[in-house]
Write a protein that binds this ligand. Structure first.
Ligand code: NAG
Length: 336
């Protein structure tokens, strides 16, 4: 893909109009399932989801900012809006290709469809053992980003994130629900999620008929790809995700997350109070749909792999991670 960026914008249009020319091989071809040991452990690939044309200026500055970090190998902007004119995308691709602050390249990939599963497609251009999956409207300070990557290196099998939620059972209805707990969490959101590259292949290509059915649920609901990735990882590790505390994080708000909480300010549910009473109907509907996904995935799998984690890893003096637990800082390993 990155080779294409050096072509003239008009030629680039052709490639955008016929994306099958550039997405050559089957991403699930076994040769795409590279040995994680052959991938770089010391750098990360950033996959930014882009959809709204109105947010292109913000997207561009976020993508450029990531290239300023020496830990970033490359940035891929995954464009998921099929109705964006090819001309706009050609221009964006050109702008992105010239806006890197360092050796890391920024490339634009037009997704084949608006399927949210494509966020997790294993791509041959990913040469790092870790990827950051993030939205085009979440700004994280570089120190927190680099700290989160260090936390991943210490926990390469886990999901690492800045925004978390929970599954639970509603005791009255005996149904699975999607919620926020003040002291624990089991789901990392794709607003900012670091994970091992190998999980992309697992999500997209493995798991047989059950995984296929769950991916179809994501398409039908146009939602829940992040929840499904949490199922995939927790099912393999039998462990919950790791919440990292960010110093500064700004969430500009994604229409898709509109029903969600977690606006700028507190970046997680942990430590904040749950106020079910004040839920807007939109928010309630969003949570209901997410709860339906959890119920569906549980039913298809025949088990509930999601596990709770407690505490938050915060950057502190020295390398020893500290966790916030019950308002107090304690050593994280007591909770992992
Ligand atoms: C690309 O950059 C030019 C010049 O800064 C700007 O006018 C244009 O709006 C940008 N277009 C896109 C799609 O990013």
């Amino acid at each position: 893909m990155s080779r294409v960026l050096y072509l003239s914008p008009s030629l680039f249009c052709l490639f955008l109009l016929f994306p099958e020319f550039i997405s050559s091989s089957d991403p699930c071809d076994p040769t795409n399932h590279r040995d994680p040991l052959a991938l770089r452990p010391d750098k990360i690939t950033v996959l930014i989801n882009g959809y709204a044309e109105s947010r292109i200026p913000l997207l561009q500055s976020l993508a450029a900012r990531y290239t300023a970090s020496p830990l970033v190998s490359s940035v891929l902007v995954l464009w998921g809006n099929p109705s964006t004119p090819a001309q706009t995308l050609a221009q964006l691709a050109h702008n992105l290709s010239t806006s890197s602050f360092g050796p890391a390249t920024i490339s634009l990939v037009r997704q084949r469809s608006s399927s949210l599963n494509l966020r997790f497609l294993p791509r041959p251009s990913i040469t790092t053992r870790a990827v950051l999956i993030c939205d085009d409207d979440v700004e994280v300070d570089s120190k927190s980003f680099e700290f989160a990557f260090r936390v991943w290196r210490a926990n390469p099998d886990r999901l690492i994130g800045l925004f978390v939620r929970s599954h639970d059972v509603d005791l009255a209805t005996k149904k699975w629900i999607y919620t926020v707990h003040p002291d624990r969490y089991s789901i990392v959101l794709t607003k900012f999620m670091i994970l091992g590259t190998r999980y992309l292949f697992r999500y997209s290509c493995e798991g047989g008929a059950a995984m296929g059915e769950m991916r179809r649920t994501v398409d039908r609901m146009r939602n829940c790809e992040d929840i499904l990735m949490n199922f995939v990882v927790a099912d393999e590790t039998n462990a919950g995700p790791v919440l990292v505390g960010a110093e500064r994080v700004r969430d500009w708000g994604d229409a898709r997350n509109e029903g969600d909480d977690g606006r700028s300010g507190s970046n997680d549910g942990v430590g904040s109070r749950v106020k079910e009473v004040g839920l807007s109907s939109r928010k309630a509907e969003h949570r209901k749909r997410r709860g339906m996904c959890i119920a569906k995935f549980h039913k298809v799998l025949g088990r509930m792999p999601l596990r709770y984690s407690y505490g938050k890893v915060v950057n502190s003096v020295g390398e020893q991670g500290l966790c916030m637990k019950g308002g107090k800082l304690v050593l994280c390993d007591r909770y992992q």
